[in-house]
Ligand binder design. Structure first.
Ligand code: B1M
Length: 222
């Protein structure tokens, strides 16, 4: 089992999506993140272990390599694609929970920010926790959130930001929503976001991970 996790992690790190993918040439004709994630689940490895012990650590390695300029945006993008191909196999597990909806959660990555892996994970876990999820995508400004709110007036809003430069956009969106709709509950998250930042910008809650978001939402309706 450890071997599969190691291989899977390596494929995400190297950006090897699936067997058919020619990239990277060193892994040509070998299984990729797609096949290995399926294999791992079929071997009885839990989706949580797969995520925590293979996929997320691989992306951390990728981030560190990028910081050291050992890899560049195209390689980082291949890793993201490999990660997404593995995550597609996890989705049914996260969604298999409850069917009755507890409420609606609108989620998006803020203006100027294209990172969606973390947001998608939060969306999957929240949906699996019994909530209807409305995903407004990436590079989402206040208008996109207001449009979704008008269709789902009781919804709780979640904002994700992965760049220190887009945290300011998160602040602007929170301010805009709160100025027009002070009672709207807003949850924020993403690697550079902290509880202190959350309080400073007037959001209601910060969670460092998807489970914290699920727990917070569930508390609101319990
Ligand atoms: Co980008 N990137 N990236 N990137 N990228 C980071 C974030 C970076 C830390 C890498 C580095 O330098 N070490 C760095 C940011 C530095 C900073 O601002 N301090 C960075 C940079 C600089 C950039 C570009 C500017 C690079 C360039 O063009 N020169 C550029 C910006 C593009 C843009 O957005 N406008 C860029 C581009 C990209 C790719 C497109 C190539 C790709 C994204 C593909 C995609 O998402 N579809 C990418 C990737 C893959 C990364 C890293 C390597 C991985 C991100 C990731 O998916 N992590 C990342 C380094 C790293 O994080 N180690 C990096 C895995 C994911 C599960 O974790 O997203 O943190 P995360 O989500 C977590 C939690 O944060 C939390 O739950 C999730 C699960 O635990 N969470 C929430 C997230 N949202 C939440 C919301 C909540 C609650 C919890 O409630 C609402």
């Amino acid at each position: 089992m450890e071997e599969i996790l190691k291989q899977l992690s390596y494929c995400v790190e190297m950006g090897k999506i699936n067997k058919a993918s020619p990239y990277p040439p060193s892994l040509k004709d070998q299984e990729g993140a797609d096949e290995l994630a399926r294999k791992a689940l079929d071997a009885g490895i839990s989706p949580g272990v797969l995520l925590e012990e293979a996929l997320i650590p691989a992306m951390t390695i990728v981030g560190n390599k990028f910081s050291r300029q050992e890899i560049f945006v195209p390689q980082m993008l291949m890793s993201a694609k490999a990660m997404s191909s593995a995550m597609a196999h996890l989705k049914p597990f996260f969604l298999s929970g409850e069917t009755k909806r507890k409420g609606t959660f609108i989620i998006g990555t803020v203006t100027g920010d294209l990172h969606d892996i973390g947001k998608n994970l939060v969306a999957m876990m929240v949906e699996g926790g019994g909530w209807e999820v409305v995903d407004v995508g990436v590079d989402a400004g206040a208008v996109k959130f207001f449009n979704a709110i008008s269709r789902h007036p009781d919804a709780i809003v979640g904002l994700s930001a992965l760049l220190t430069t887009t945290m300011d956009n998160m602040k602007k969106i929170v301010e805009e929503i709160k100025s027009k709709d002070p009672a709207r509950t807003i949850l924020v998250g993403g690697a550079p976001v902290t509880m202190e930042f959350c309080q400073k910008i007037g959001a209601d809650f910060y969670s460092p991970d998807p489970q914290g978001a699920v727990n917070y939402l569930n508390k609101l309706v319990s």
